[in-house]
Design a protein around this ligand. Structure first.
Ligand SMILES: Cc1cc2nc3c(=O)[nH]c(=O)nc-3n(C[C@H](O)[C@H](O)[C@H](O)COP(=O)(O)OP(=O)(O)OC[C@H]3O[C@@H](n4cnc5c(N)ncnc54)[C@H](O)[C@@H]3O)c2cc1C
Length: 390
């Protein structure tokens, strides 16, 4: 790896990961140092991380956030090096040696697993069990995504009551023609809707009031054609507390038609226990959160887990291996000159705007540390381009 010769006192910063947190970090660094030498690396050929491969294709306004980041690259202010996996194609040590600061913005992409639904090594216990990250990558046309073994079938159980679970409900029930217009690949449409879908059970261990989804996401489900929504008996002993999301579920159920070709049932207060099946999954079994003697068994052609994200052992950059007593994660500092930001720093929670605040905090730490070390920008110099990245 080699930069064009840099005889000036210009800070050179490498950002690993071109998702929202990496791009926001570049924006904040450029605000302070308009001519800084910033390169963003991503293992994908194209930038924007989960904006491209996570956010649902019908959430066009959210997808459009990528446009503001495109200005970073179009204007040549920042170099984008796609198809480069740091830690595999380029050692992290080389990147650190060549830059004043390296900011890791690699996110957390692996689906969390569930005891009883996955084996000890994290593999699904049966065919027909899919993580929401894998499914949303498939829907968004991720080049590495495989669809061969995905057939959701007529009866689908979705475990999880966050916004990603609601994304899946909506996308599975959205007419194929609409998905096609949104650019969802044909193979993904077939995988989602070949059943055709008759029933979806959404199951979560919390009450409706404690569910993580936003009320606006629930309201969006109301426009889906030919769907009846029901609230199943709760697995909790009592549940009088409310929340905007719980109220939205109540309104959705009340307004839905008495008869429809597709049924969505919300099951709150049920703890995932195990799956049954032969080669393929046949049912998902849950235990009542408020009474261990009560059990719920739901027949399923497929089970989708939407229970959050985590690091994967095979990740080329693992935060846990880079932390030491010298780390100060409150500022995003992993080691001198090495920082982390976004989901990698905070964990897999929060929407895209939350990464903006995070990026500001970490960019401030980078700026303070480099300036304390006497690195100041010489604004008279043009931005140098990265000559090679491998
Ligand atoms: C399915 C899903 C749907 C979502 N929908 C919404 C939504 O509608 N609205 C909303 O506000 N938020 C949504 N979010 C949350 C939002 O996507 C995250 O808050 C945000 O993407 C986190 O940003 P990040 O930059 O930390 O990580 P990411 O977006 O994951 O970006 C990480 C980047 O790092 C790259 N990378 C990883 N390892 C390496 C490596 N070793 N070398 C080089 N590059 C690497 C990856 O390819 C990726 O491009 C959704 C999340 C998911 C999972």
């Amino acid at each position: 790896m080699e930069h064009a010769s840099s005889t000036t006192n210009r800070p050179r910063v490498a950002i690993v990961g071109a998702g929202p947190s990496g791009c926001y970090t570049a924006q904040f660094l450029l605000k302070r140092w308009p001519g800084a030498d910033i390169a963003i690396f991503d293992r994908a050929d194209t930038p924007y991380g989960l904006i491209r491969y996570g956010v649902a294709p019908d959430h066009l306004g959210t997808k459009a956030i990528a446009k503001q980041f495109a200005r970073l690259f179009d204007g040549g202010k920042v170099t984008f090096a796609g198809g480069v996996e740091i830690g595999r194609d380029v050692p992290l040590a080389d990147l650190r040696a060549d830059h004043d600061a390296v900011v890791l913005a690699t996110g957390l992409w692996a689906d969390r697993t569930l005891d009883g639904f996955h084996d000890a090594s994290g593999r699904p216990a049966y065919l027909g069990v899919h993580g929401s990250g894998a499914l949303t990558r498939m829907i968004n046309g991720h080049p590495d995504s495989r669809t061969d073994d995905v057939r959701l079938g007529r009866r689908i159980v979705i475990v999880g009551t966050g916004n990603v679970a609601v994304d899946l409900v909506r996308l599975v029930l959205t007419p194929g023609g609409t998905l096609r217009e949104l650019g969802v690949p044909e193979r993904a449409i077939a995988a989602l809707q070949d059943g055709p879908v008759e029933r979806i059970d959404v199951v979560g261990r919390s009450s409706a009031a404690d569910a993580k989804f936003d009320a606006a996401m629930i309201k969006e489900l109301g426009v889906l054609p030919d769907v009846r929504f029901e609230l199943a008996p709760s697995g909790l002993e009592s549940g009088t507390a409310s929340s905007p999301a719980a109220e939205a579920v109540g309104e959705l159920v009340a307004a839905s038609p008495a008869v429809a070709a597709r049924l969505v049932r919300f099951n709150f207060g049920w703890v995932p226990e195990r799956l049954t099946g032969d080669e393929r999954v046949r049912s998902a079994v849950f235990r009542a959160a408020g009474d261990p003697d009560r059990q719920l068994e739901l027949g399923a052609d497929s089970v989708c887990t939407a229970v959050g994200f985590t690091a994967a052992a095979e990740d080329a950059v693992l935060r846990s291996t880079l932390e030491s007593d010298a780390s100060d994660l409150g500022r995003g500092v992993l080691a001198p000159g090495l920082y982390c930001v976004g989901w990698l720093r905070r964990g897999p929670v929060g929407t895209i705007p939350a990464n903006r605040a995070d990026a500001r905090l970490v960019a401030d730490a980078v700026i303070a540390d480099l300036e304390a070390a006497g690195r100041h920008l010489d604004p008279t110099q043009p931005v140098t381009a990265l000559k090679e990245h491998a």
